[in-house]
Write a new protein. Sequence first.
Length: 433
Amino acid sequence: MIRRDFIKFSLFTVAFLSPVYITAKMKQDEYIRATVLICGGGIAGLSTAKYLKELNPDLNVVLIEKNPLFISCTFSNAFLGGLEDISFESLCFDYNSSINAYKYKFLNETIVDIKRDEKIVITNKSTIKYEYLVMAVGIDYDYKELYKTDTIKAKQSLLLAPPGFKAGSETLALKRMIKGMTEGNFVISIPSSDYKCLSAPYERACMIAHYFKSNNINAKVIIIDERSKPASNAQRFLQAFNEYYYDIIEYRNMTILKDVDFDKNIMYLKKYDKQSRMYLTTELRFSEASIIPRNIANKLIRKARLKTSTSGWAKVQDGTFRSITDDDVYVIGDTQGNTSYPKTAQMANSIAKIISLDLIARLNDEKFDYTTTMPENISYSIINDEKAISLVHTFSYTNELEVKSAVSQITYNEFISAKMWFDTLNNDIFALN
Ligand SMILES: Cc1cc2nc3c(=O)[nH]c(=O)nc-3n(C[C@H](O)[C@H](O)[C@H](O)COP(=O)(O)OP(=O)(O)OC[C@H]3O[C@@H](n4cnc5c(N)ncnc54)[C@H](O)[C@@H]3O)c2cc1C
């Protein structure tokens, strides 16, 4: 090219490459690219990363998680109960072994926005462009039902009566509170709507009662429940309260928590009175409490403008785990909710397997049939230091989802199986074998 032509070409190029074009081009180069982008490194997200990479080691999988380590909700009640071998450390897992073994890209960052129209996720540090998005971001607490617009009371409640449904600081706070008690009432309040791991509050009651019993602490555990019976394993839990903790656990059914005075340590309750067929107001003095507010899908679901049900859970297409709003977005684990699938770690893991198969099929231009690949669930509830219950769910889909469930007796075998299940799941996800 002679010099005059080169100058002409350069001028043309500079004119063509306007600032807007240059910024857009630079932005594109700055994107991290992911064929599958997984938001959230809980059981659901970690399991998906693992299964995808096992199915196709060359697949470009990126996982974003805000926490530097994983702390397990599962078995956190056993830690509160002071069971042998269940230390706080035994609930904690580093991400390193999983990343090294399964070789996905891990971003220890916080997601701040999701723009589905551009297929990008923005974190506090980077922008990631995806082909397929997996939302595995868990739950949020919604205190509005309890305290309306009183956000100060909501903050007080979280600090002074932690729900312990996000393992970590809340778990340690509960442990400190339980250990500090010498007498009085430990109150557990349960939301009336669907929440993560239905059996968890009743298991917690057993574990705190076990701690009081084995340490000769003259304190009680009072459960406040709007339902007529426990939300899960009702018969077995009522049996456990009666057989093992007759003078320690008091189950107050058809009772609504209306308000709390944290300065006076008094709860205001409404209890259904069968005789007058009316709700009567009563007061309950407490020493410590774990107030579990309504659970809803993580706010990122709403930020991404993915449809939610009236109860606040992300909606999926019937019989699948694809969002009802966007076919390229999967919603898994605790955050999904217009189905009869329980919100458990085992379900999160099982669903992760299924969507990994769906994604690999899609990437290979093949069809995937959800109705022939159903998830499975088993969840254990620890009753004391040698007994537990298991609940098994089996699912089938013909015209609609059908669920069958079976509850075990309270046995030592279930207790041993619970511990084995916990180790097996974690060893698998965190590649600890
Ligand atoms: C007390 C208790 C006991 C339980 N016991 C059992 C049991 O015995 N068996 C069982 O099967 N299940 C049990 N469960 C239920 C089980 O813990 C959950 O169902 C399971 O952990 C759900 O996993 P998940 O990945 O969907 O959600 P999560 O584990 O909540 O993971 C969501 C992840 O997303 C991340 N995240 C959220 N927002 C952002 C953001 N903005 N940026 C980046 N990352 C973000 C979070 O940090 C988190 O790591 C129990 C639950 C509780 C509370």
